[in-house]
Design a protein around this ligand. Structure first.
Ligand SMILES: [Zn+2]
Length: 488
């Protein structure tokens, strides 16, 4: 529809002016480090029904995974961090007036957090995963902080506490590390009386005071199972420092646009502890969803101020996406359409949107979107696209990467070429070690009736470098879902 009426109009910006396409923002790091895989990392506080802003970040992670896999010929996946250290309750000690908090994990337990994830995210992610042919993993913060790698990274930052503390806490220089009381699980919210009392090769020892159980000490080393609850900036410092040590997988952090401001402090701390340039985090900030005042759409504002604080034009599903009028696939398809439209132009993607404007976009989405069957999607060059639509090409050849392993006989497969697309059904799948072996078994003319085996081999190897061919080859038999146009 964008062909005859622009769906969106966006002003230019410094970043958009530097990019032809939104995904180009990843190109410098990919060129510099040549990663074997790219993982899109998205973290979400597990504290009830998600709002649109949250789901927008998550959908973008999956959409980019699909886009980048095609654009850069590299395996991609999504890593979802379920932040179950979000505060469940906060109370004031009546005597000292120090604030104490309890995380969702401590209030609900592992099973309770698992239930929350299943209720609000599991079906949503499974649907995103299917729609974008992208695998994902899910890890809670509780699981993450328990890993030896995370804890060792934390201990290394403690050795440099003097260098990072003003970055992590620019107003007072006191870094908040919460070590919950071993008896009740409550911790000092602002670590008022939490002290680092020992740090050595055997780990760190903290002293703290529980409002109920009095003074206690907690040891942290890579193997202990004591709970380490870090404030948001510090948690990001440790997480990003750890992930970016990986030299084979590039981790791309997906964050809501409001993070642009806070990330400067994390980068300051990463620099202060000598993080090399090629290990600085790569982040993509997604559009902020704003109320008419320009404030971020926020559930905490709703909780604190009641419905009166809400803009009149916010739709119920934007605040609680479980009230979307349709099933999960329907919602995911609409969101992915939206993300796809935003990503078409860096001017649209690297900006913010009011709820009213997003509501308008969603209302203007193509009417047939709801009727379009779910299908695998592949981009294809024009000459091959034309051979498929004419019914002369009945076998498509691809390297057997993770997205192809999802193909099943009988599934629908949509080929896209610029603004054109055609829907086919998979009739047959055959897997081979390389293109030579494939052509030993597949009729050459079914792959391309206009070229010899030698020509096709040469062409195909210009498209796929040896490391891609090494994944193996899949031959996909296809039939058209619509009759080919009759020849005159
Ligand atoms: Zn206690």
């Amino acid at each position: 529809m964008s062909a005859f009426a622009p769906l969106l109009i966006s002003p230019n910006s410094v970043l958009a002016n530097a990019l032809l396409r939104s995904v180009d923002i990843l190109r410098p790091r990919i060129q510099a480090t040549r990663p074997r895989r790219i993982e899109f990392v998205v973290g979400t506080q597990i504290n009830g029904a998600p709002h649109l802003g949250t789901n927008l970040v998550q959908s973008t992670a999956f959409f980019l995974a699909k886009l980048v896999r095609g654009e850069f010929s590299v395996e991609t996946s999504v890593r979802f961090g379920a932040l179950d250290n979000a505060p469940h309750d906060v109370i004031l000690d009546p005597e000292t007036h120090h604030a104490y908090q309890q995380t969702y994990f401590h209030a609900l337990g592992k099973a309770g957090v698992g239930d929350l994830i299943d209720t609000y995210y599991r079906a949503f992610f499974d649907s995103l995963s299917e729609a974008t042919a992208t695998d994902y993993t899910l890890e809670t913060y509780t699981d993450q902080q328990a890993t030896p790698g995370f804890r060792a990274e934390f201990l290394r930052t403690l050795e440099r506490l003097e260098d990072i503390r003003w970055w992590m806490a620019p107003s007072h220089g006191v870094v908040h590390t919460r070590l919950p009381c071993p008896d009740c699980g409550w911790a000092e919210k602002r670590a008022d009386r939490t002290k680092l009392v020992g740090l050595g090769e055997d780990g760190a020892r903290f002293a703290a005071v529980c409002f109920d159980h009095g003074p206690y000490e907690v040891d942290v080393d890579p193997q202990t199972d004591t709970y380490l609850d870090l404030a948001t900036l510090y948690r990001n410092l440790v997480k990003e420092r750890l992930l970016c040590r990986d030299t084979t997988t590039l981790h791309v952090m997906l964050k809501g646009g409001d993070w642009t401001f806070g990330s400067q402090l994390v980068d300051g701390a990463l620099g202060a502890i000598g993080t090399p340039g090629h290990q600085m985090p790569v982040r993509i900030f997604t559009p902020q969803v704003l109320a008419h005042t320009g404030a971020k759409l926020s559930k905490s504002l709703l909780r604190e101020r009641g419905k009166g604080a809400l803009p009149a034009d916010v739709e119920p599903w934007m605040l609680d996406t479980t009230t979307w009028p349709g099933d999960t696939d329907h919602y995911v398809d609409a969101l992915l359409w939206l993300v796809g439209e935003l990503l078409t132009d860096p001017k649209h993607f690297f900006r913010s949107f009011t709820v009213k404007e997003l509501g308008r976009l969603m209302t203007d989405r193509p009417a047939d979107l709801d009727q379009r069957p779910r299908a695998h999607e592949m981009g294809i060059y024009k000459r091959y696209f034309d051979l498929i639509t004419s019914g002369r090409k009945t076998t498509e050849i691809r390297v057997d990467d993770s997205s192809r392993k999802r193909l099943k006989v009988g599934d629908l497969l949509r080929f896209r070429c610029r603004d054109e697309e055609i829907l086919t059904r998979i009739t047959r799948l055959a897997r081979y070690t390389d293109f030579e072996e494939m052509f030993d078994h597949e009729p050459v003319s079914s792959v391309n009736p206009t070229a010899t085996r030698e020509d096709q081999l040469r062409n195909i190897r210009e498209i796929y470098p040896p490391e891609r061919e090494a994944l193996g080859v899949v031959a996909i038999g296809i039939e058209l879902m619509d009759a080919p146009p009759s020849e005159d």
